[in-house]
Design a protein around this ligand. Sequence first.
Ligand SMILES: Cc1cc2nc3c(=O)[nH]c(=O)nc-3n(C[C@H](O)[C@H](O)[C@H](O)COP(=O)(O)OP(=O)(O)OC[C@H]3O[C@@H](n4cnc5c(N)ncnc54)[C@H](O)[C@@H]3O)c2cc1C
Length: 342
Amino acid sequence: MHPDLAIVPDFPLQSLNTFGIAARARAYLRLTSVVQLGAVMADPVLAAMPRLLLGGGSNIVLTGDVDALVLHMAIEGRALAGTENGHTLVRCGGGENWHGFVQWTLAQGLGGLENMALIPGTVGAAPIQNIGAYGTELKDVFHSLRAYDVASGALRTMLAADCHFGYRDSIFKHAEGAGLVIVEVTFALPQAWQPNLRYAELGLAVQEAGLAAPTAQQISDIVVAIRRRKLPDPAVVGNAGSFFKNPVVTQAQCAQLLAAFPALVHHAQPDGSEKLAAGWLIDQCGWKGRTMGAAGVYPKQALVLVNNGGASGAEVVALARAIQADVAARYGVKLETEPVFI
Ligand SMILES: Cc1cc2nc3c(=O)[nH]c(=O)nc-3n(C[C@H](O)[C@H](O)[C@H](O)COP(=O)(O)OP(=O)(O)OC[C@H]3O[C@@H](n4cnc5c(N)ncnc54)[C@H](O)[C@@H]3O)c2cc1C
């Protein structure tokens, strides 16, 4: 075996997933370079093993032990990478912590990522579900990424059009992108930065802070404060953030639902469809604060499922399925899960 490959057998994963689910991996490797990745694929025993790419473990549910080689993305590095069409390009290794990277760009005087401050996880995983918060999505500031293709061993450069970004979706969540390991992401941050305060709650908070012309750093600080108030800290209560996507329905479906449920929370989308608030639907079904075994629904936010201590992946899945069944029965709406079930 290659000398750089310090494979650890039977590795505990509880501290590597924000749900805090106890599970073990058949084998584990901390991945610090593309060269190492090449060495894994060149080793006949390792190349034949099933693999699981792991970032910060903040968007996964471990449903049992992982019978695979866990490759823990830890490729570091961040750098200014020139300018293009009025934007500063910033390049970052896939293993860097997302929030740390956001704060670093702000310290360089670059705005653009501030609305997405404090999202847990790694930079390499951010394109996977096109992360977003408070009115900004990754695709709005994305330039390109480099991905290692395990089938060919080649490094591919992918532009936005190649990534098929959608609402909490991209090519990497589908079969075509399954063999790609994102090792580096480049962002294009506007030199003529303007605050994005279209998300009502954020706009109001900036107003209440008395900031007529907020800086990107001030907006980031406000986003961090809102998130700390609303969401459970995974270091204290295990969770994976929003557990369900907000369902998108047609205008006709929305009108039908509104006739039966006049208080329905819905937001018109640019393409004419309507996005429903999954949290509201779950709350209306009486799930907020309820528990099933050691898994539960966060009392302050029905969209977040939590580990109240010692929950198994099976308990989290059972709770999610029960919620989906109730929402489907009452509203005829299918709730899709956001985290990846492993
Ligand atoms: C408290 C909390 C709040 C959250 N808030 C938000 C939010 O506001 N908006 C939002 O969009 N998300 C949010 N999330 C979800 C999560 O933080 C993001 O999806 C994040 O991008 C996941 O990163 P990760 O490194 O933890 O990925 P992981 O959970 O480790 O992996 C997720 C998936 O991506 C794959 N993967 C990971 N890294 C790579 C790579 N380099 N190349 C290829 N595949 C890879 C994994 O195999 C897995 O399938 C939240 C989560 C928590 C716990």
